[in-house]
Design a protein around this ligand. Structure first.
Ligand code: GLY
Ligand code: MN
Length: 460
């Protein structure tokens, strides 16, 4: 739902308060479509999320300006010439004509201009922003950040918008819920229609059609529909091999089918993963690992409460998965140590989840202070954020048998004792199992926004 004028004014007021500016001028641009080189075509356009958040409109060129001395916001929207209107429909007219921005800026040319959004020039060397919700706290101040490097003000102000975007208001939650409802229609179609003999592409097309039919203007990201061994590529997407002549795979009875897909609504993403066995009863290994991943997911969803430190939630999932892998005879040792030394990450090589919002991996463009880590998974977790009421995070544990990791001689040597390699090698080609939901942190129990999407193990 589009935010009311009052809700939009609230967002802007909170951001301006965090900015603590005196007489600067800030411009946030939605951006322009990117051209496809060698042609006169453009890629599909999406506005910079900070502009989508603060303006709730998103035609190319849309620009929001803020005069800190006056404490006033001004919205500028594109208008087309008659020549252009022969070919293209007019953008929804909002605010003042974009042509007037130049004059508006000229009237304030004695002030410091800070460009954010698509026009932002981030500094090459990034200091930690002054404010984070990082568990390690922040040692920077606004003044220090401003002195650290040219462009640090850009970082500080962008981080302030990011901090506001981190917790969702009612209008945002409504859009995420609508995105989830459209996703539900797509997954229900899969459960009713997927069968051996269909290709991954057949499933993708049928599922996405339901997203659109349910009102989604777009998918939130390229759908992952991966059968059999393909499930071990974390981001396996159609045409990822070759956009000219993409391959697809025909599903066989007994294959795992991992679908990671989500509709978008109002610019907001949903992000859902389900893994099923198609056309046959699960094998013992499929059943065990699916139960294990589901159990890790259920236990860590329950941890998504205000004050929880995200790294700890991730590590809890890794320990649960590690204990299961020991029980299954794939790993040997103490689960906590197996997590610490990196053996569990051979089978669970990604973070437990990410914030969700105007981008599927939300608020990743602004760097936060991080605890240094040699562990590739922990390093990728990004900010060691503390969960707050109103955040929406995915919770998506998984177990995979990835050739690039399991076949790597250096890893085989490093984990010679911890991994039962004969057992792991037997399972090469198994694919992967991931189960993912979108979780709203509340003052009470966590609310699973994608709970309506069933979790069948066997379909078809
Ligand atoms: N939906 C894919 C991911 O979260 O990476
Ligand atoms: Mn995800």
């Amino acid at each position: 739902m589009k935010p009311t004028d009052e809700a939009l004014a609230e967002r802007r007021a909170r951001v301006a308060k965090r900015w603590e500016l005196t007489d600067e001028v800030v411009v946030l641009r939605a951006g322009e479509p990117s051209g496809w080189s060698g042609t006169d075509q453009h890629f599909a356009f999406l506005p910079h999320p900070d502009v989508a958040y603060l303006a709730a409109v998103g035609s190319p060129g849309t620009t929001l300006a803020y005069d800190a001395a006056a404490g006033e916001w001004e919205l500028f929207g594109p208008r087309f010439t008659p020549e252009r209107l022969v070919w293209e429909q007019p953008p929804t007219p909002v605010g003042r004509p974009l042509d007037e921005l130049e004059e508006w800026l000229a009237q304030r040319s004695d002030r410091t201009l800070i460009e954010l959004g698509a026009g932002a020039m981030m500094p090459d060397v990034l200091p930690a922003p002054a404010e984070t919700n990082d568990e390690s706290g922040s040692d920077g101040t606004a003044a220090e950040a401003g002195e650290l490097a040219p462009g640090a003000a850009v970082l500080r102000l962008s981080a302030a918008v990011a901090l506001e975007r981190m917790t969702k208001d009612e209008a945002e939650l409504d859009d995420i819920r609508r995105a989830a409802t459209a996703s539900t229609a797509g997954f229900e179609w899969v459960y009713a229609n997927a069968a051996p003999g269909m290709t991954e592409r057949d499933i993708q097309v049928g599922m996405e059609a339901q997203f659109y039919a349910a009102g989604a203007p777009r998918v939130a990201y390229d759908s992952i529909v991966a059968s059999g061994s393909h499930g071990a590529y974390l981001h396996y997407v159609y045409a990822g091999d070759d956009p000219l002549r993409p391959a697809t795979r025909t599903i066989e009875a007994g294959d795992l089918l991992l679908i990671d897909a989500g509709a978008q609504f109002g610019g907001y993403a949903s992000d859902v993963t389900r893994t099923m066995v198609v056309g046959a009863d699960p094998t013992d290994e499929q059943q065990f690992l699916w139960d294990l991943v589901l159990s890790a997911q259920q236990q860590t969803i329950d941890m998504c409460r205000p004050g929880a430190v995200w790294k700890e939630v991730h590590l809890a999932a890794a320990r649960i998965l590690g204990a299961g892998l020991v029980e299954m005879g794939l790993l040997r040792g103490d689960p906590t140590e197996l997590v610490t030394e990196g053996a569990v990450a051979l089978f669970f090589p990604h973070g437990l989840g990410h914030l969700l919002g105007l981008s599927v991996h939300d608020i990743t463009s602004v760097p936060y202070s991080r605890e240094p880590s040699d562990d590739p998974v922990l390093a990728k977790l990004g900010p060691n954020r503390v969960l707050e009421r109103g955040m929406v995070t995915t919770v998506e544990p998984g177990i995979y048998f990835i050739d690039a990791l399991l076949g790597d001689p250096a890893r085989r040597e490093k984990f010679a004792e911890s991994v039962v390699w004969e057992r792991a090698d037997e399972l090469r080609g198994f694919g992967g199992i991931r189960i993912e939901d979108d979780v709203l942190v509340t003052d009470g129990d966590p609310e699973v926004l994608t709970a309506a999407i069933a979790k069948p193990l066997r379909i078809g």
